[in-house]
Design a protein around this ligand. Sequence first.
Ligand SMILES: [Zn+2]
Length: 456
Amino acid sequence: MQVARKLYGWTYQRLFSPAWERWVRHRRPTLDYLAILEETQWLSRQEIQLLQLQNLKQLLSYAKDHVPYYRQLFAKVGLEPNEVRSAADLVALPPLTRELIRERYADLVSPEHLGRTIKKGTSGSTGVPLKFEYNLDSEAWRIAVRIRGYRWSGYQPGLPVFYYWAQAAPLAGALGRKITLDRALKREIYHDSMKQDEASMLDAVSAIRSHKPRVIVCYVQSCALLSRFILERGLRDWDDIPVLCGAEPLLPADRAVIAKAFGPHVYETYGSRETMLIASECSRHEGMHLQEENILTEIALDGRPVAAGEIGDVLVTDLHNYGMPLIRYQNGDTAVMMKDAPCGCGRELGRLARVDGRRADTMSDRNGKPIPGIVFHVLFADARQELINQFQAVQKPTGNVHLKIVRCPLFTDAAFKTVVGRFDQYLGGLPLSVEFCEKISPGKNGKFKSIVVERA
Ligand SMILES: [Zn+2]
């Protein structure tokens, strides 16, 4: 059986995957890029920075010559792509915000690629949708980067994978059949993580038992809920399965409960629809390595990079998207860069220490000072497994904070009171109310929001 599984994986990689990637889907050179990435991940820090600088200068030159928005912007701020000496020189460029993309959309698309790009959109956490596009070559880089990053967990295309993932719409028609076939060939099983009633969770468990996935790819908080369900009922009867977490930041308490249900190999990943995989953990689990060959990531406040260890806005430059160059795109997340120190795995790709989530979901105290969302998670972290299963903190337009709590069986009032008492020092006198409920549902996109900021 083991041999057969290995053989299938091998055959898939040799036969189906190249066929699928190269011929069926626009003959993408995904596998060539993957081969490159497998080598470049072992380059020295200096070599990685040099490679990134070359990619950056090429993109900037292209943008200057072909893309009206950048032609005007570079002229205005006096940026000459040939004279760029390091990524730090980008500071001259104001971040590209979602508002700017909407306003200047037509000027951001390269006329050379017009009508030949892949078009996508996001609903946007603030409810304002964002459209964007990218060229086919960028798609190949995106897929290659994703495979390489996922491989650090033991993932291989062709090995059985269980996706506990939000499925926005049912698959239908020719495209649905194509996707279903693609998934079957890749031996990927999908389970909708938005369905979290008892029957659906039992279904997920039996799918894991029968499918015997080599890797699980999941939405973080849904998987944490499934893990709690598995532990409460004593359902685990499998060996350790690596779990790749995406879509939401992975918090310590969730990591701990997922590790109990599936074993200690829990990997955080960070990506977005606009650029796909940005960073992912290696087997050392000490921060997330940036996928620097494809994306230049900066952490900045008001466009100026902050020191490692400090929180700031995520700015990404998509180095291979020539269809609609996104240079210093402010994707709405906040994160912290890790201080430079070699990772035990030997890779010298830079690392993110953590992603804090959406800036739009940051509460403010009476003086307008931001209250980091992580505060709630940290205060609940020690207590979370014994006291509560889930929480959601909502800041009302009045400033008041309303806390929704799903209690766990071991909940006690006394212990909870202690935790709530500790919030005071962070909320700076904002009134706090608490409501106990049976469940907290995910949003339409399948993501749970633990922090919600309501605006007037
Ligand atoms: Zn590493």
